[in-house]
Ligand binder design. Structure first.
Ligand code: AMP
Ligand code: ZN
Length: 472
C-alpha cells in the first residue's frame, strides 16, 4: 500500500505522491521560543516525526527534506525579554536549546532544516514588496496589509467566506484595514522590539509571512506536505496560502497536502497557562523516560483529540516495561548481538497502519503484539529460538520506524542506578528467586520489602524471570 493521508484542504483521505517522485519536502510550523514547551506543543513534533521516519523509509533518508522553523521574533518573546531585563536573543537561544533537548528526549529526530525567522527577514521583505507590486497588499500607517479580497480562494482551507469574516468581525478592527480579515505583513516595531529597515520604514514582519518566506527560501514552492496543529488552520495557514500563492508568477501552488493534528487536553480541560494546568515536557521527562511520553502521545490517532491523564502515562509506562522485558529476554538469547548485522524489513502490518493516514494506535498495538508473540514463540519452540536474531532485527527496524525500543533493555530498567546498587539489587533478586523456588514465602516477602526500601520495583516475567527498575 502506498501512503494515504487526510488532506485538510480536500477534506478527504488521498493517495500521497510527491511532486518529484524521488524526493519529498515537508514543512511544519515550529515553536515560538519564549518559554518551555508543554506536552500539547510536543504533539505535532512527535506526530510529524513519525511521518518523517515513514517518508524516509519509503523514499530514502537523504530524499526527505523536513523543515521545522523556529519563530524567534514575536510579541511574547519581547515581553519575556523585558520581564527578565535581558536581550531578546538571550531568551530565544535559551528556549530554542531547551526545545531541542526536550524533543530529543521524546525520540524526535532533528529535522533536516531548522530555519530561524530572524535569519530570513530580507526574504520576507522581498515577498512583501512583490505582493505590494502585484496589488495584493497595501500600505497603511506604517503597516503593510494583505488584501484578502484580492485572492479569490481566500477561506478555502478553513471553509470560511469573506462575508462570514466580515459579519464575524469584532468592533475594534483597525480603521485602516480595507477588510476586517486583511492581515499584517509588516508593522512598526514597538519600543524595545527588534527592527529592520524596509521600504515601509523601520519595523518587523508579521507572523504569517515568516513561514511563507522560509518555505520559499529553504524548500521552494510548492512543497509537498505542510503540517501543524489544528489551531493553525485559521488564520495562519489560510494566510500562508494567500500570500504564498499571490507572490508567485505561475500558479504552481503552495502546499500540495495539508495535515493538522488534533488538540491535547489535560484531564478533559484545555491546557492553558491561565487555567494553570500546563504540563511541561521538561518536567515530564524528569519523572518518566521520554519514550513513555512518546508512547502516550501516539496512542491516539493524530487527528483525534487526545486527553492526557495520569492513567494514560502509567499505562504507557507499563506497556513499555513489558516490551523492554521481552527485549531483554530475547537479547540474552543472542549474546553475540548477531541481530545488529542483519538487514530486516519492518513489520508489514505496522507499515500498513502507518501508511493509512498514520494510524499510530493500530501500529503501536500491532508492534506490541508482535514483540509479545515473538517472546512466547521463542519460549515455546526451538525453531523460533534459532531464529531469534532475525526476530530481534525486525523488532529493531520496526521500533526505529516508530521511534521506540531504541534503548538497551538493561539501561531502560536500571536507569541511573550505579554499579554498587545494581549488584546489591541483583543479589537480592537472586535470593528472592531461590526463596520462591523453595516456596519460602515469608523469606521471599522479606526480600521484596528490602528491595522496596531501595526504591526498586521488581517486575516478575513469565517463567520465573525477573527484571527491575528504580521507581520514578
Ligand atoms: P506555539 O509554540 O504556541 O506556536 O505552538 C507550537 C505548536 O503546538 C503549534 O503547531 C500548535 O498548533 C501546537 N499546539 C499548541 N497547543 C497544543 C495542544 N494543546 N494540543 C496539540 N497541539 C498544540
Ligand atoms: Zn507557520
Amino acid at each position: 500500500m502506498t501512503l494515504h493521508i487526510h488532506d485538510t484542504l480536500r477534506r478527504a483521505k488521498v493517495a500521497f505522491a510527491p511532486l518529484d517522485p524521488a524526493r519529498v519536502t515537508l514543512y511544519v510550523c515550529g515553536p515560538t521560543v519564549y518559554s518551555y514547551a508543554h506536552v500539547g506543543n510536543a504533539r505535532p513534533a512527535v506526530v510529524f516525526d513519525v511521518l518523517f521516519r515513514l517518508l524516509r523509509h519509503a523514499y530514502g533518508e537523504g530524499e526527505v527534506i523536513y523543515a521545522r522553523n523556529i519563530t524567534d521574533v514575536d510579541d511574547k518573546i519581547a515581553a519575556a525579554a523585558e520581564r527578565e531585563g535581558v536581550d531578546i536573543s538571550a531568551i530565544t537561544s535559551r528556549f530554542a536549546a531547551v526545545y531541542e533537548a526536550d524533543m530529543a528526549a521524546l525520540g524526535v529526530l532533528k529535522p533536516t532544516l531548522e530555519p530561524r525567522a530572524t535569519a530570513h527577514v530580507p526574504q520576507m521583505i522581498e515577498m512583501i514588496a512583490t505582493l505590494v507590486e502585484r496589488g495584493h497588499a497595501y500600505e497603511a500607517e506604517g503597516n503593510v496589509l494583505f488584501d484578502v479580497s484580492s485572492f479569490p480562494d481566500y477561506g478555502a482551507l478553513s471553509g470560511r467566506t469573506l462575508e462570514d469574516l466580515q459579519a464575524g468581525a469584532r468592533v475594534e478592527v483597525a480603521a485602516y484595514k480595507r477588510h476586517p480579515a486583511d492581515f499584517t505583513l509588516w508593522k512598526p516595531s514597538k519600543p524595545g522590539e527588534p527592527m529592520w529597515d524596509s521600504p515601509w520604514g523601520q519595523g518587523r514582519p508579521g507572523w504569517h509571512i515568516e513561514c511563507s518566506a522560509m518555505i520559499e527560501a529553504e524548500l521552494g514552492f510548492p512543497i509537498d506536505i505542510h503540517g501543524g496543529g489544528h489551531d493553525l488552520i485559521f488564520p495562519h495557514h489560510e494566510n500562508e496560502i494567500a500570500q504564498g500563492c499571490c507572490a508567485q508568477a505561475g500558479a504552481a501552488g503552495y502546499a500540495r497536502y495539508w495535515m493538522h493534528n488534533g488538540f491535547l487536553t489535560l484531564e478533559a480541560e484545555k491546557m492553558s497557562k491561565s487555567l494553570g494546568n500546563v504540563l511541561l515536557v521538561h518536567d515530564l521527562v524528569e519523572q518518566v523516560p521520554g519514550e513513555v511520553v512518546r508512547w502516550a502521545l501516539l496512542s491516539a490517532h493524530y487527528r483525534a483529540p487526545l486527553d492526557w491523564t495520569g492513567e494514560l502515562l502509567e499505562q504507557s509506562r507499563r506497556t513499555l516495561d513489558r516490551l523492554y522485558d521481552a527485549l531483554r529476554f530475547l537479547s540474552e538469547l543472542d549474546p553475540a548481538k548477531t541481530s545488529a548485522n542483519l538487514a530486516a524489513e519492518p513489520h508489514q502490518g505496522v507499515l500498513q497502519a502507518l501508511d493509512d493516514d498514520l494510524n499510530t494506535p493500530l501500529a503501536l498495538s500491532l508492534f506490541g503484539n508482535y514483540v509479545k508473540d515473538v517472546r512466547l514463540s521463542v519460549q515455546n519452540s526451538r525453531t523460533a529460538r534459532e531464529n531469534v536474531a532475525e526476530a530481534l532485527a525486525k523488532i529493531a527496524v520496526t521500533g526505529r520506524l516508530l521511534g521506540f525500543l531504541q534503548t538497551d533493555a538493561e539501561t531502560w530498567f536500571k536507569g541511573e542506578a550505579d554499579a554498587d546498587l545494581s549488584e546489591q539489587v541483583e543479589a537480592l533478586i537472586a535470593q528472592r528467586g531461590e526463596a520462591r523456588r523453595a516456596k519460602d514465602w515469608p523469606e521471599a516477602d522479606r526480600l521484596r520489602g528490602q528491595l522496596a526500601a531501595l526504591n526498586v520495583e521488581v517486575l516478575d516475567g513469565p517463567g520465573g524471570t525477573a527484571s527491575w527498575r528504580l521507581k520514578g
